[in-house]
Design a binder for this molecule. Sequence first.
Ligand SMILES: NC(=O)c1ccc[n+]([C@@H]2O[C@H](COP(=O)([O-])OP(=O)(O)OC[C@H]3O[C@@H](n4cnc5c(N)ncnc54)[C@H](O)[C@@H]3O)[C@@H](O)[C@H]2O)c1
Ligand SMILES: O=C(O)C(=O)C[C@@H](O)[C@H](O)[C@H](O)COP(=O)(O)O
Ligand SMILES: [Zn+2]
Length: 367
Amino acid sequence: MRELTVDLGERSYPIYIGQGLLDQAASYFQKHNIGNKSPLLIIADSNVAPRYLAKLEQVLQAGGYKTASAVVPAGESSKSLAMLGDLVGKALDAGLDRKSAIVALGGGVVGDLAGFVAASYMRGIKFVQVPTTILAHDSSVGGKVAVNHPQAKNIIGAFHQPEFVLYDLNTLQTLPPRDVSSGLSEVVKHGLIWDASFVDWCEANAEKLLALDPDSLGYALYKGCSVKAAVVSEDEKEMGLRAILNLGHTIGHAIEAVAGYNEMQHGEAISIGMIGSAKLGLRYGAPEEVYTKTKRVLAKCGLPVSLPKHYDVDAIMAAMMHDKKFKEGTMVFVVPTAIGKVEIKSDVSVEWMKEIVEELKLEAEQI
Ligand SMILES: NC(=O)c1ccc[n+]([C@@H]2O[C@H](COP(=O)([O-])OP(=O)(O)OC[C@H]3O[C@@H](n4cnc5c(N)ncnc54)[C@H](O)[C@@H]3O)[C@@H](O)[C@H]2O)c1
Ligand SMILES: O=C(O)C(=O)C[C@@H](O)[C@H](O)[C@H](O)COP(=O)(O)O
Ligand SMILES: [Zn+2]
């Protein structure tokens, strides 16, 4: 078992990463002072619930907890205000009070959604992250919780940190291949922004990761979570440094919004976005390797590296204008300057960005 800390003073919390942790969930809840007098609400999606919900409920109940559960349809569309309303209804029906906790059992969709329920129910109650996807090494850490609006991704949300993160690597064995690749996108991102040697490692170990080799996965998720924890510990509310975690996300979020949140997985959209950011890096004078290596490692992880033909460039440009990094009307981008290093550039040319999105699409047409 590996352990990391998100260092936020009195709101600091651990990330536990290991095999079989679900079986020990009750003792972690007790260790972190989650009381057993008020009920817990476990939120899972329709793919995760049949696999892991009964197990978690049984372990928690055996440890003296009262549990209720809510199952949402799998997929990004569940990150909506309507679903938030439904879940608040479920929390009320189950009798959750201010001492209760919400448990997010699932990937980033459930983590963001359940976390926002916890942030807003009774103006904020405790929550615990129990991630079950590779991508959720990113989403379960750092306290960004949100739902989407049809016009903009994650635009209704809060910063609300979990009590702890319980990452049972065994759950990852049932992930479909597409979600394995999608999760690796954010793993690679953590290397691209912080640690060149980890990018080399990802490239060399891509096949093992795709095959869900437990040792490789454990190491990759530990490294990814270490980067995330270090950045969040320095800048919890994204006043500066934390923006680097957004590499590829301005283009990526725009693609997700234009796709209606149901065609492209988050990690897939971010992969295309990171290729776009690498192209922008070249325009700012980064060495060619930044682009070629970024593209190679993402492709090795089974990720898309160009924009599918049917996407409308103008619609993507319009969606990009809703990016939360926009300040005082200027385009702000995370730009790679070397492998493992990025800079935040303000006032990025809209013309350049349009040319880059067009190039991304043209490259798909050439395949
Ligand atoms: N808050 C943050 O800091 C942050 C960071 C990164 C991403 N995100 C958000 O995370 C979301 C994407 O997360 P995701 O890729 O985990 O998506 P997801 O939660 O939709 O999970 C992907 C798919 O895998 C299924 N699944 C989950 N665990 C499984 C398991 N163990 N076995 C079988 N199937 C399983 C899900 O049902 C779903 O179909 C996006 O909404 C993104 O915006 C948030
Ligand atoms: O934690 C962060 O900060 C991130 O940017 C991590 C991203 O991978 C994640 O997708 C996040 O939800 C994007 O944040 P947003 O503020 O652009 O919605
Ligand atoms: Zn992301």
